[in-house]
Design a protein around this ligand. Structure first.
Ligand SMILES: [Zn+2]
Ligand SMILES: [Zn+2]
Length: 134
């Protein structure tokens, strides 16, 4: 199931839930009809069921996506500015370079360079979490 399908199911569920909520004033007004409470509750429950199905479908879509390949060329650009092979671990503020662990030794000049931890290349864990949590 595609991600757009899940989003549309979620939107439809939200609309159905809103319709179910619109029944509540008729049930609790001055001349309220108790039958409207059951009908509104049923419609609201069906809408919330659709929303939960959309969340489940979206989660299944995310689990089915490939996790090892870089998803976009922009993600490849997040590597070291010198060798472009590894994720940067440190940034030279003077030369504006994001460097990996191998390249920082060749770049190091204590007279000019000032280092801070690199803000890019923070790789999200690529390992899929298991049900046991290990
Ligand atoms: Zn490098
Ligand atoms: Zn430098």
């Amino acid at each position: 199931m595609r991600a757009h399908t899940a989003a549309w199911i979620g939107a439809a569920g939200a609309i159905v839930s809103l319709v179910g909520l619109c029944f509540l004033p008729a049930a609790f007004g001055a001349h309220g009809d108790p039958a409207m409470l059951g009908a509104g509750g049923g419609i609201l429950s069906f809408g919330l069921l659709l929303v939960s199905c959309a969340i489940y479908a979206r989660a299944r879509t995310l689990l089915a996506a490939p996790i090892d390949a870089p998803s976009s060329p922009a993600e490849k650009l997040r590597n070291c500015d010198v060798c472009e092979r590894y994720a940067p671990v440190i940034q030279c503020r003077v030369h504006l370079l994001h460097l990996c662990g191998d390249c920082v030794a060749a770049h190091y000049d204590f007279h000019t360079c000032a280092y801070v931890p690199s803000t890019r290349g923070k790789q999200r864990p690529r390992k899929r979490a298991t049900a046991a949590g290990s």
